[in-house]
Design a protein around this ligand. Structure first.
Ligand SMILES: [Zn+2]
Length: 193
């Protein structure tokens, strides 16, 4: 996978002792596909910043974002597991009672991972497997409970905590975006062709 660098642009890094470098290169296996790569060529700035959306942002804030994303993902998964343990059988029965795949698809529209009937056939999914797939996604816990007409305080509480982590993460992203210290050198659209 050799790369040939076709074009390069640089600007001074924030501390002034190095460079921010953007390169357009071409794969020898995929000619005509130009790939952008971005580097911080300064050890001091690499300690403090990372590249996000073509800008240089605070590394500690990005690490905080990652921590919050991970915590949210884990909690959402736990919530899905608990929902499945407590109500998985009822959920599967509910979809099986509908009887047809098209009916089941219609009944779950709006849930994360819900499919069209065509895709369900294409994947050779039974209604039972489909029901399990949907409840395995923790993001669906709240909607599944409301479709079953169930109120579960533990699962509701976990849902609020998941939301809170999502809110905190959004705030961190907004903060580092606003405080970006530099913009990476950019290529114009025609330079990609
Ligand atoms: Zn620097």
């Amino acid at each position: 996978m050799a790369h040939e660098v076709l074009s390069e642009k640089t600007v001074a890094c924030p501390c002034g002792n190095g460079l921010l470098r953007a390169q357009l290169s071409e794969h020898d296996t995929w000619p005509h596909v130009k790939e952008l790569s971005e580097h911080i060529d300064c050890a001091d700035c690499r300690e403090k910043y990372v590249i996000r959306n073509y800008t240089l942002v605070n590394k500690e804030q990005v690490e905080e974002e990652d921590r919050l994303s991970h915590a949210r993902f884990e909690l959402s998964r736990e919530r899905g597991k608990l929902t499945k343990e407590r109500y998985g059988d009822r959920w599967t029965e509910r979809l099986l009672r509908i009887g047809t795949r098209s009916g089941a698809c219609h009944a779950v529209a709006g849930l994360a991972g819900s499919l069209s009937v065509t895709r369900m056939y294409y994947r050779k999914l039974t209604i039972q497997a489909y029901a399990e797939e949907l409840i395995n996604d923790g993001e669906n816990a709240g909607q599944i409970l409301s479709k079953l007409g169930i109120v579960d305080d533990d699962i509701t509480q976990m849902g609020s905590e998941v939301e809170e982590l999502r809110r905190q993460r959004a705030m961190v992203v907004a903060a580092y975006t606003k405080d970006a210290v530099a913009t990476m050198p950019a290529f114009k659209p025609h330079e990609y062709r």
